[in-house]
Design a protein around this ligand. Structure first.
Ligand code: SAM
Length: 298
């Protein structure tokens, strides 16, 4: 079995793992969001072997690399220099260099720099390899106790209240679970604006300091969560993900149900009419049956 296959099947220990990086390849490497043990074996291997690591904050990333005893050259890549640095990185990739992109924490490009680089790497047919790992949004969602079959990631709401309310508005009726990154400095104001938009009985999951010492995960209605966060200054510190439950699907109103039933009952037996109305409206079968009998008697 090749070394890559052994690694894929998990038969290699950390110090045996030495996957070669390919020349001319851009690696998007996820790093921990708090607990350094969350770095993956592949991430360590790639970071140790690439020619250059492009990092959002080189001083911050140097701490992680020193912890991992990795001496690869670091280069700053952040929102203020990405326009200038991107062509240079792409030239280096085309000349055969391998580059890893990392952000301060978690998965690059998820509310972090790198979009311009990856977009242009595609344009120039550069090979792109993701090295998956921690991401606060997905870690929070997995523990949220809210529907995960359909969700959207919406990043950071705006800092100013007017813009924030405007930003939330289109989500008020969305039935998918919604994931937001929220600055601890704005957590109370943001939760209050969420309450204005989504209503006080909407459930949300508050996920703070994931993977760290003071990790806190609470699912509550907005009406309960706001006073809880207000009462405890510790809940207004650190890094926070807020996950909002999707809106309940709108139910058919009673007059609409009666309208469908009266048309169908004129043509079909009760059982068939009821089955069709349940299919059309998603309403409870027993309720529709009772309503059909009442209409028939009337
Ligand atoms: N790229 C990162 C990722 O994959 O999650 C996100 C970077 S974004 C600049 C930083 C935001 O992510 C924080 O403000 C917070 O909303 C969220 N975040 C990052 N680490 C977190 C953690 N340990 N616990 C909770 N939220 C976290």
């Amino acid at each position: 079995m090749s070394i890559e296959n052994q690694a894929e099947t998990g038969q290699l220990s950390t110090n045996q793992l030495k996957l070669d990086v390919s020349p001319g390849t851009l690696y998007l490497v996820a790093t921990p969001i708090g607990n350094l043990a969350d770095i993956t074996q592949r991430a360590i291997s790639v970071l140790a072997q690439v020619d250059v690591i492009a990092a959002e904050d080189t001083r911050h990333s140097q701490r992680l690399l020193s912890h991992l005893c990795i001496k690869t050259k670091l280069l700053a890549y952040h929102e203020h220099n990405e326009e200038k640095i991107t062509p240079r990185l792409l030239d280096e990739l085309e000349s055969g260099k391998s580059i890893a992109l990392i952000s301060d924490a978690g998965t690059p490009l998820i509310s972090d720099p790198g979009y311009r680089l990856v977009m242009q790497a595609h344009d120039r047919d550069v090979r792109i390899v993701p090295i998956p790992g921690a991401c606060a949004a997905i870690a929070a969602l997995s523990a949220a106790g809210l529907a995960t079959d359909s969700f959207s990631f919406e990043g950071f709401p705006p800092a100013k209240q007017g813009a924030r309310l405007h930003f939330f508005e289109p989500f008020s009726k969305q039935s998918r679970t919604m994931i937001f990154y929220v600055s601890c400095h704005r957590i109370i104001d943001t939760l209050k604006d969420m309450q204005t938009t989504f209503g006080e009985s909407r459930r949300v999951t508050f996920a703070r300091e994931l993977t760290k010492t003071f990790e806190t995960i609470r699912r509550m209605t907005l009406a309960d969560l706001i006073p809880w966060v207000e009462a405890d200054p510790n809940q207004r510190k650190g890094e926070i993900v807020v996950i909002v439950e999707g809106a309940a699907e709108p139910r058919a109103d009673a007059s609409q149900v009666d309208h469908y039933l009266s048309i169908l009952l004129a043509e079909l037996p009760v059982k068939q009419a009821v089955a069709l109305v349940v299919k059309m409206t998603g309403e409870n079968k027993n309720d529709i049956y009772k309503r059909a009998l009442a209409l028939k008697d009337a």
